[in-house]
Design a protein around this ligand. Structure first.
Ligand code: GLU
Length: 489
């Protein structure tokens, strides 16, 4: 392909960036990168009633989080601006005027009451819903006169004979019956264009060569092709991406889980993991590659390896990838992450200061164990002087409810750790003392270790125990074991 490829990400600012939208943008970005093309960010805000303050910022932040960059857009400018549709209204009016001049658009005065009654009647008669064409035949001069006093919309005059065929780069040849189409609105009563008109005018003006978008727009293909034809413009290539679905095969939506892209960031997913995860929702490199970086993706991406069938948004897979990327971070960036998440999530009144020596010592312990960054503070809170309340049921839970054995474990641990001279305190001596309990208790470590975990951390499992006890310090460790012991008979 030549360097003239241009595609666009065209979100509507109706709320937070949807995770499916982020997958669309990722594929678009990868496609232009692989082909030396340009990505355009365009804000489709012609439905003013659905506009949500702050969405544009949220969308831009979400894209940047994943490392997606664009060449033209509202924030970076470019030769085809403005890139916000509400600032381009005159262009849509001009094209609408042209369509009327060509008799492909007409004014419609039908009230919303009439239209909803029409829909109800069609439903009752088992007909597919659509405008019945009542205003089609009003002579233009008469329509202009009525428009002086009556509200009206502008409708596109669809040719309802024959079929519309087009080639989708993912789905192959698709065919739609034109008899199922209706005359759709292109300019609303408020003078704003609908999506169909505005999108098409902009794609033409912005010299878009490839429209890559969600599957839900596939059925609008006939509308768009007839509009292109009516204007005498040649259409771009189309590629409709597969749906994202949950385990039950339902389209991802707010009702069934988290769909805001930045919520994933705020719950502690790394952008590398999210990029890797989204990449394989509908695309594959070959039949074995499961890990990929942004740099590799932008070399390798092709649309012909996108499949049309729905992709399962498998959060367990995302978790596994996140764990993988967490464990592959170098010590320095990893410690930086730990410090950031501790200062974000630790209560401000913890007794022990968040000093860098403690953070660097904790970081490798956390790195082995966590899946998401929002576990950092939960798992290490105990290290900052926050003593657990040693709940009795947790102390005995994994030792078969045997409170005598739990008490004995704590007594033996107190004595073994208490025997370590303060100057000898460290990982080696702590580990030896606790391993030594196996003989003293005649029990395997894994049988009694949960008692010590609960005493030290307040939970039956967590970050590595020997290191944690060593880091906590002799005095504090003994106080905690004692505290737990006092809860038992
Ligand atoms: N504004 C549309 C949306 O948010 C864009 C669809 C398209 O890419 O054409 O779904």
């Amino acid at each position: 392909m030549t360097g003239s490829v241009r595609t666009r990400f065209a979100p509507s600012p109706t709320g937070e960036l949807h995770i499916g939208g982020l997958r669309t943008a990722l594929f678009q970005w990868a496609f232009v990168q692989a082909n030396g093309g340009k990505l355009i960010l365009r804000i489709e805000d012609t439905d003013q009633s659905r506009y949500v303050e702050g969405s544009i910022e949220n969308i831009i932040e979400g894209l940047r989080w994943l490392g997606i960059e664009w060449d033209e857009g509202p924030d970076v400018g470019g030769p085809h601006g403005p890139y916000i549709q509400s600032e381009r209204l005159a262009k849509y009016q001009t094209v609408a005027g042209e369509l009327r001049a060509r008799d492909r658009a007409y004014r419609c005065f039908c009230s919303s009451e009439r239209l909803s009654q029409l829909r109800k009647d069609q439903q009752k008669d088992g007909l597919s819903p659509g405008y019945d064409g009542r205003c089609r035949a009003i002579p233009p001069i008469q329509a202009e006169e009525r428009a002086l006093t009556e509200p009206s919309v502008l409708r596109f005059r669809m040719d309802r004979t024959g079929v519309t065929n087009f080639h989708d780069l993912i789905r192959g040849d698709v065919t739609f019956q034109n008899s199922l189409q209706d005359d759709f609105v292109i300019i609303k009563t408020d003078g704003f264009p609908t999506y169909h008109l505005a999108m098409l005018v902009d794609d033409h003006d912005m010299e878009i060569t490839h429209v890559i978008r969600a599957e839900e727009w596939l059925a609008s293909g006939p509308k768009h092709l007839q509009l292109y034809d009516a204007m005498g413009w040649s259409p771009p290539h189309f590629a409709h991406l597969p749906l994202l679905v949950d385990a039950q095969g339902r389209k991802l939506s707010k009702r069934f889980g988290d769909v805001s892209a930045l919520d994933y960031r705020d719950r502690g997913y790394l952008p590398e993991a999210m990029l890797n995860f989204l990449t394989f929702l509908g695309w594959s490199l070959d039949d074995k590659t499961t890990h990929i970086t942004g740099d590799e993706l932008k070399q390798a991406f092709t649309l012909d390896r996108v499949v049309p069938n729905p992709a399962f948004f498998d959060v367990e897979r995302l978790d596994a990838l996140n764990g993988h990327y967490i464990r592959s971070l170098n010590p320095e960036p990893w410690s930086k992450n730990v410090a950031e998440w501790l200062s974000r999530d630790l209560p401000t009144d913890v007794p022990r200061p968040l000093d860098s020596a403690l953070v660097s010592a904790l970081a490798p312990l956390l790195q082995e164990r966590i899946t998401r960054l929002d576990e950092v503070a939960t798992l290490s809170r105990f290290m900052f002087g926050d003593r657990p309340d040693y709940p009795m049921d947790l102390l005995v839970e994994r030792i078969d409810g045997d409170s005598e054995l739990a008490a004995l474990t704590l007594d033996e641990a107190l004595s073994a750790l208490g025997d370590i001279e303060p100057l000898d305190w460290g990982l080696g001596s702590v580990e030896a003392a606790i391993r030594g309990l196996q003989d003293r208790l005649d029990l395997k470590l894994r049988k009694f270790v949960s008692v010590l975990y609960v005493a030290i951390m307040g939970a039956p499992r967590g970050i590595p125990l020997f290191d944690s006890i060593a880091l906590l310090g002799r005095e504090e460790a003994l106080i905690r074991l004692q505290g737990a012991r006092s809860k038992l008979p």
